[in-house]
Design a protein around this ligand. Structure first.
Ligand code: ADE
Ligand code: ZN
Ligand code: ZN
Length: 399
C-alpha cells in the first residue's frame, strides 16, 4: 500500500528523538521559514537540482536527508557539529579558546556550510556535476539547521548526548532535549489561534497539515514579522574585514589580503587544535554561531549538572574513604556515581525561561533567515535583490 505524502511528511514520527540531529521537526521548520524568503528563480533552480516537481517543491522535504545518510556515509558524522578543545559549558565557553578546535581540519559544521556553499557556486559556474550539487544542497539545508542548535557547537560530553536528564516523566539526555523534546513541547502547547495565513502564500500548502503548522505561524507572527523584524539584517550581516585602504588589486585583492591576515591570526593562537577557515564578508558561519554558542554557558547547560547531588566530585581523601570504608558513612551514604539523581528540566527555571525568552523560536528563525540568505546568494542574480544596507541577500516577497 502506498501512503499519501502527508503521512510521510509532518507526522508525529518526526518528533522521535535522534542522537545526532536537530530533530526532524527542527530541520523542517528551518527549511520552511527559509523558503518564505527564497527568491522564486532561486527556488526554481533548486527544485531542478533536487528533482522535485515545481508545483510540489518544498525544501523541508530534504531537510533531514543528511541524517538518514549518516550510516551510509560514516565520514559525514563529524560534519554535523563543531567543538573546541577548551570548551566546557557551563563554566567555560571557549569558541575556540587557546588550544583551538577539536577534530579533523575542515570536518565540522562551520566548514560544512562553507564547503557545500562553494560546491554549489561551482555548479552555478558549470564547474561541478548535478549529482554533486544535489548532495551539497541537501547537506547545506541540513547543516544550517544543525549550526543553530547550540549543543552542536560544543563537544563537551558529545554535545550533551552523554548527559542524562529528566524532562517531565521522560528519561532523556540534554542533547535530545534540545534536538527534539523542547520543540515537541512547544508544538504541543502553542495556542491554536495561530492559524492566520502568513503573507507568503507559496509555502501555505507545505505548512498546512504539518504538526508544526501553528508553531511556525507563531514564530513568524510574533517574532520574525514583529519583535525581530528590525534584527533580520543583523542576523545576516558579517563583520567587515579590517583591511588597509591602500591594498592593491581592487575587491579581490582586498579579500585575499583579509583572508590571509585572518588565517595568520588564527594560526598564531592555535596550538594543538585544527584550523577553521575564516569567515567571508557574506557567509560567516563562525561569526553567526558565536552568540549561540555562548547560550550554552548562559542557560542551555544547567550549572546544577556539575554540582552535588547531580555530580559528585571526589577529592583524594574521598577516594581513600571509598577504598577503606568508613563506618560513620553508613548512616548517610553518599550516592554511588551510577545512582546519581537526574536533574529535572521541565521546570519554570529552565524550560519556562527558555519559552518565555523565545530562545528556541529565535534560533529556528535565525536558521531559516540565514539559510534563505545563503541560498539567494548562491542562486539568485544580484540584480534581483533589493540588497539591504548591510549587504544582506534577503527577498521579502508579498506575492
Ligand atoms: N557528537 C559529538 N559531539 C556532538 C555534538 N556536539 N552534536 C552532535 N553529535 C555529537
Ligand atoms: Zn545533523
Ligand atoms: Zn543533534
Amino acid at each position: 500500500m502506498r501512503f499519501p505524502p502527508v503521512v510521510a511528511f509532518g507526522t508525529l514520527a518526526y518528533l522521535v528523538p535522534s542522537t545526532y540531529a536537530w530533530g526532524a521537526a527542527g530541520h523542517e521548520i528551518v527549511a520552511t521559514i527559509a523558503q518564505m524568503y527564497v527568491h522564486p528563480r532561486a527556488l526554481e533552480t533548486m527544485c531542478d537540482i533536487l528533482d522535485l516537481p515545481s508545483n510540489n517543491c518544498y525544501l523541508a522535504r530534504v531537510a533531514t536527508w543528511a541524517d538518514q545518510q549518516r550510516m551510509r556515509m560514516r565520514w559525514s558524522g563529524p560534519l554535523h557539529y563543531v567543538g573546541a578543545l577548551d570548551d566546557h559549558p557551563s563554566d567555560t565557553c571557549a569558541f575556540p579558546g587557546s588550544r583551538g578546535w577539536a577534530g579533523n581540519r575542515g570536518i565540522n559544521v562551520l566548514d560544512g556550510v562553507k564547503n557545500t556553499t562553494s560546491l554549489l557556486q561551482d555548479w552555478v559556474n558549470h564547474e561541478s556535476s548535478d549529482d554533486v550539487a544535489s548532495e551539497a544542497l541537501k547537506f547545506l539545508i541540513h547543516f544550517v539547521g544543525d549550526m543553530h542548535q547550540p549543543l552542536h557547537l560544543t563537544g563537551r560530553d558529545r554535545g550533551g548526548n552523554s548527559v542524562k536528564v529528566l524532562f517531565d516523566r521522560r528519561h532523556t539526555n540534554l542533547h535530545s532535549l534540545w534536538d527534539s523534546l523542547l520543540i515537541a513541547k512547544a508544538v504541543r502547547t502553542v495556542p491554536r489561534n495561530y492559524s492566520q495565513p502568513l503573507p507568503y502564500p507559496r509555502i501555505e500548502a507545505a505548512l498546512r497539515g504539518t504538526i508544526y503548522d501553528s508553531y511556525v505561524r507563531r514564530i513568524m507572527w510574533e517574532g520574525v514579522l514583529n519583535s525581530w523584524d528590525d534584527d533580520l539584517e543583523e542576523w545576516l550581516s558579517c563583520p567587515v574585514p579590517d583591511v588597509p585602504t591602500t591594498s592593491p588589486g581592487g575587491l579581490l585583492g582586498m579579500w585575499n589580503m583579509a583572508y590571509s591576515t585572518t588565517t595568520k591570526l588564527v594560526q598564531a593562537f592555535l596550538r594543538d587544535g585544527v584550523e577553521i577557515s575564516p569567515d567571508g564578508p557574506i557567509l560567516c558561519p563562525y561569526h553567526w554561531s558565536q552568540p549561540n554558542h555562548q547560550l550554552n554557558c548562559e542557560i542551555i547547560w544547567p550549572k546544577e549538572l556539575d554540582e552535588p547531588p547531580f555530580n559528585v566530585r571526589f577529592d583524594s581523601s574521598d577516594e581513600e574513604e571509598l577504598a577503606h570504608g568508613h563506618d560513620d558513612d553508613l548512616e548517610d551514604p553518599e550516592p554511588m556515581l551510577g545512582e546519581l539523581p537526574l536533574l529535572q528540566l521541565d521546570t519554570p527555571q529552565y524550560s519556562g525561561v527558555i519559552a518565555r525568552r523565545m530562545i528556541l523560536e529565535k534560533l529556528l528563525a535565525q536558521g531559516g533567515i540565514r539559510l534563505a540568505g545563503i541560498l539567494n546568494y548562491i542562486f539568485a542574480d544580484e540584480d534581483e535583490f533589493e540588497r539591504g544596507q548591510r549587504g544582506a541577500f534577503l527577498t521579502k516577497l508579498d506575492d
